[in-house]
Design a protein around this ligand. Sequence first.
Ligand code: GLY
Length: 399
Amino acid sequence: MKYFPFFLILLLAGSCAEPAGEADAQLLEPAFDLDSLTEVAARQYAKTLETLPDTNRIPRNAHPDGTWNLVKKGNWVSGFYPGVLWHLYALTGDEKWKEAGEAELLKLDSVQFFDYDHDIGFRIFNSFGSALRFTKDSSYVPVIVDAAKTLKTRYRPVTGVIRSWDWHDQWQYPVIIDNMMNLELLFWAARQTGDAEMETIAISHAEHTMDNHFRDDYSTYHVLDYDTLSGSVREKVTFQGYADSSMWARGQAWAIYGFTLTARETGRADFLKQAQSAADIFLKRLPEDGVPYWDFDAPGIPDEPKDASAAAIAASALLELSQLVEAADDQYRYHNAAIALLNALATPEYLAALPQQGLLLHSTGHKPGNSEIDEHIIYADYYFLEALLRLKELQPPTE
Ligand code: GLY
């Protein structure tokens, strides 16, 4: 119910003749019915439960013929499918999703100790973290704490940041903007365990990212390579974007989300400002239908593939951002921008229908690598459902 105060402000603002500084602001209504959209999601994933082969592999992306590409537990996306199931449980209250979510967690045995990249946050916090959040079952806590301890080992004081990848020979110490997402695991574990160093590391990572990963217009670089001796930045490049200088859509969405969560966890105005600036350039550059192309600077626009996942990540982040900003016009602006993104996604163009599986179509994983272009990808559904849940929690009392 933490969202009620915001809504009360908006309701009050709407009832006053001249609400402070925002006489003309209107709350944008969702163009979809939340319950009906939840039913669509449940219908889609009920089919997955019914048809998924009996395997330890985990759904990553759905092909148009209704089959899934399944991956091993070490894949960076392995936390999202369990997270989708847990979000469906939270949205519907139906025990079937809880049982399915519990079964998927078993597939992630020992993943909390996988130390070869930063994605342990995505793998464990979105799966076990969601389970803990929606059940309050403390038996999940040790796994998540162990994951945070593992993530901590990837930090070096000389750079001040957490190393993202180990598998690129051309870089000494690559750090990608996506890495901001994993700070949530550290903030949570610092509170849970009292290990203040985890929070210090998360804040250091965010501060360095704020200083180094942004251009003057607040668009973000994808990959920074740090010098392991001096700690300075050796180069600023891309891996999944169109060009070193371009604004890769999902990277920018990770930046909005990552700085929003860091602002929430720290209460710091500079992180909040950074989240707002990252959001403002993203929203300013959106195309007419409201869903970004895979890279805002892709050369073939408007004939480039979209990235629905970037829209879903940004929508969820913006709903939270609208709760953190103080000015009423900012609250309206970010809330309405989130609704506009969700409205654009909740259309026949973007929603899958059986026999297609998964929920959202038209995401792009790694265009330069010719991988997952204009497809359903599981993390788009995770953040879309998270946004629906945030929206549901925003609902004012009905009486
Ligand atoms: N974190 C990897 C990606 O966004 O594709």
